[in-house]
Design a protein around this ligand. Structure first.
Ligand code: B12
Length: 249
């Protein structure tokens, strides 16, 4: 089993020691960071500190040194945000600090976005993506959009706080075969189901495959609301979109 001392970066070691209390979360994060290259730990540490300039510089450096964009996304950025999420949940930090970390995440994403979304392949189809009404979280959705672009999908991004009417208007305008909804709040998750009901009322449900995701969303919840698929992360989002395209024929 990995030990705290196996983690090269002192900031990450301190963060885990000081802020993580649940044994499962300590074990998971120690294992995650211990297997990570020190350069990626440094990016995660800068993100946790909300230091967008350092995340920016370290991301550029890592890319120049030949690091894969996906490794930076998963190990540096998403892993760092995982610690931020726990500190936020436990009230060690509050919205302003999380916003600084989100800004740092976006600084890194700005450099990996052109790489992950450059596909060079024939467009497979159009995906409409939005974060549901009442919800302003867009980091995960934006990662999914990058990866979908990289896999050859054209993506129409409806942004955050997307109403049922906005999803419907976009479907009518683009005739997209797939629509993806993201929700990060338990209070906004039901708006996914409401949007699906609105699609039924608008007689559009049979024209589009609906996929859903976001940290609190589960396969069971997706099934209950009548979605066609659930994806746990950006990679599964792409696999799911491809599968739904095939199923649709
Ligand atoms: C960053 C953040 C914020 C930032 C958002 C900045 C931004 N531009 O997005 C700010 C500070 C604005 C914010 C605000 C709030 N937040 Co907030 N936030 C977070 C935090 C720390 C990280 C979210 C994140 O970006 N994760 C990283 C990304 C990469 O992961 P992801 O979003 O899960 O996305 C991945 C997958 O889920 C999947 N995926 C996502 N979407 C989709 C869609 C499809 C179709 C598919 C297939 C897959 C998929 O792929 C993604 C990539 O791998 C989470 C903690 C957490 N553990 O999630 C809390 C969290 C979501 N927030 C929370 C809360 C409470 C709030 C506020 C209400 C706080 C407040 N008091 O004001 C407000 C709500 C604002 C609003 N109306 O939306 C709670 C929600 C609790 C709950 N039970 O609902 C959480 C869980 C924190 C906690 N307390 O534990 N937040």
């Amino acid at each position: 089993m990995a030990e705290l001392s196996d983690i090269a970066n002192a900031v990450i070691r301190d963060e885990i020691e000081e802020f993580l209390e649940r044994p499962d979360e300590i074990e998971r994060n120690v294992a995650l960071f211990a297997r990570m290259r020190p350069e990626m730990q440094d990016i995660a540490a800068a993100l946790i500190e909300g230091d967008n300039h350092t995340v920016d510089a370290l991301t550029v450096k890592a890319l120049e040194e030949g690091t894969e964009a996906l490794e930076i996304m998963d190990d540096g950025l998403i892993a760092g945000m995982g610690i931020v999420g726990i500190k936020f949940r436990e009230n060690f930090i509050f919205v302003p600090e999380v916003l600084a970390c989100a800004r740092a995440m976006k600084a890194g994403m700005a450099h990996i976005e052109p790489i992950l979304s450059a596909s060079g392949v024939e467009p497979i189809g159009t995906v409409i993506m939005g974060t549901v009404k009442g919800d302003l979280h867009d980091i995960g959705k934006n990662l999914c959009i990058m990866m979908l672009g990289g896999a050859g999908f054209d993506v129409v991004d409806l942004g955050v706080d997307t109403s049922e009417d906005e999803f419907i208007a976009a479907l009518e305008e683009h005739g997209a075969p797939i629509m993806g909804m993201s929700a990060l709040l338990t209070t906004t998750m039901p708006n996914m189901g409401k949007t699906i009901e609105a699609l039924i009322d608008a007689d559009l449900r049979d024209d589009v495959m609906v996929m859903v995701g976001g940290a609190p969303v589960t396969q069971e919840f997706a099934d209950d609301m009548g979605a066609d698929g659930y994806g746990k992360d950006a990679l599964s989002c792409v696999a799911l979109a491809k599968k739904l395209m095939e199923e649709r024929g």
